[in-house]
Design a protein around this ligand. Structure first.
Ligand code: ATP
Ligand code: MG
Length: 356
């Protein structure tokens, strides 16, 4: 029987609370499937590790992770440590080292949940955001000029490579082929005169390999109105690092909020481990209270199962989440209930074992 080795990084704040439930559900799904094994190693790399060692992970952290088949992350970040430390020293090095160039964020309205959007078409939302995850606007090229003078300024250079655009575009186009055959590309070629026309041009050149996929380009401002007014028309949304970051929070909001928004940082070629994590952060305001919603983390775990080649148990986990939501009794506070994090995890395990 195949064994997948998973590195679990619970992280900070609510990270450990939601990851515990995610692992519980993954173990139940694996036992039910009976066709593979998961072996979990827990890595204590977080902000308290940083306070003790002056770094978020050991010097050979990336080398240690290379041996795994998947990485399951809670969230990192703590009010006592600047965000750029926790993110720049842990998440970004992992994304880069393992060429996780796709940030995949499903925005699907689960059965039992309601969208904050009131029109009736908003009951049937199922799209996915493919965010470029390694280059673009989030580069470390730049700095301050003439500091302390009246002409002080900061500059930041975006980097778009043909290689980087082509690989994420091909991923989005082939994903659309397996879905409803439509890609909406976020651009801003009317404002960003150099990078965005190039982004559009390279995507247009890839599209000839996918004549069956319908590709439309939208300026990101217009696309964000579509997210609110006609989200049911979306299938695959392809966006740069910055625009994808913003649009995916909007996507999460229209399908029920951060408590139910999963994500994968994917290396599609599977040469390196991919990393799965809820979209939400460490939520220090509710940490330690046992009230965080674990659904985003559990669903991210299901995405990991799918990526590891087990689509059926992955689908069973999502179905179990939907069964719990549809029954409506066991919900955390963010979804209008009073249940604890652990009660929701337990309810999902029960729903897995007793499908309706
Ligand atoms: P980051 O900088 O890591 O994005 P943040 O503080 O900006 O962190 P989150 O940690 O995602 O953002 O929290 C934003 C808000 O959403 C907070 O009020 C938090 O309590 C709430 N929230 C986030 N995740 C959950 C969850 N799983 N369950 C319930 N509420 C959540
Ligand atoms: Mg945030």
């Amino acid at each position: 029987m195949r064994t997948h080795r998973i590195a679990v990084i619970p992280g900070d704040g609510i990270g450990p609370e939601v990851v515990r439930e995610g692992v519980k559900v993954l173990e139940a799904a694996t036992t039910r499937a009976g066709t593979f094994r998961l072996e979990f190693d827990w890595l204590p790399w977080n902000c308290s590790y940083y306070r003790r060692h002056g770094r978020m992970m050991p010097k050979d952290g990336i080398e240690q992770l290379r041996a795994y088949d998947g990485i399951y992350l809670g969230a990192v970040g703590d009010p006592s440590v600047p965000d750029h430390v926790s993110v720049w020293q842990l998440i970004l090095p992992i994304r880069k080292a393992f060429q996780q160039y796709v940030n995949l964020r499903p925005a699907k309205l689960l059965a039992g949940l309601e969208s904050p959007l009131r029109h009736k078409e908003a009951r049937d939302l199922d799209f996915v955001i493919v965010r470029e995850n390694t280059e673009g606007e989030y580069s470390d090229i730049g700095g301050r000029l003439h500091p302390g003078t009246p002409v002080e300024m900061a500059v930041q250079t975006s980097v778009f490579t043909r290689y980087g655009i082509e690989r994420v575009a091909r991923y989005a186009l082939s994903l659309a082929r397996r879905r409803r055959g439509r890609v909406a590309v976020a651009t801003k070629s009317n404002g960003l005169a150099h990078t965005m026309p190039y982004w559009d041009e390279v995507i247009r050149s890839c599209r000839v390999e996918f004549p069956d996929v319908d590709v439309s380009f939208y300026h990101v401002d217009a696309l964000s109105t579509l997210f609110v007014l006609r989200p049911e028309t979306l299938d695959v949304v392809l966006a740069t690092n910055l625009f994808g970051d913003i649009l995916s929070d909007l996507g999460a909001a229209v399908v029920g909020g951060l408590g139910v928004a999963p994500a994968g940082n994917i290396n599609p070629e599977k040469r390196f481990p991919s990393m799965f994590e809820p979209v939400h952060g460490s939520a220090p305001d509710i940490a330690g209270k046992g009230i965080a919603n674990p659904i985003a983390a559990i669903w991210s775990g299901a995405m990991m199962l799918e990526h590891l080649g087990h689509p059926e148990p992955a689908a069973e986990v999502v179905r179990a989440i939907e069964q719990v939501l549809a029954e409506g009794r066991v919900r955390t506070r963010d979804l209008g209930g009073t249940a604890s994090t652990e009660e929701v995890g337990d309810a999902v395990v029960r729903a897995l074992e007793h499908p309706r």
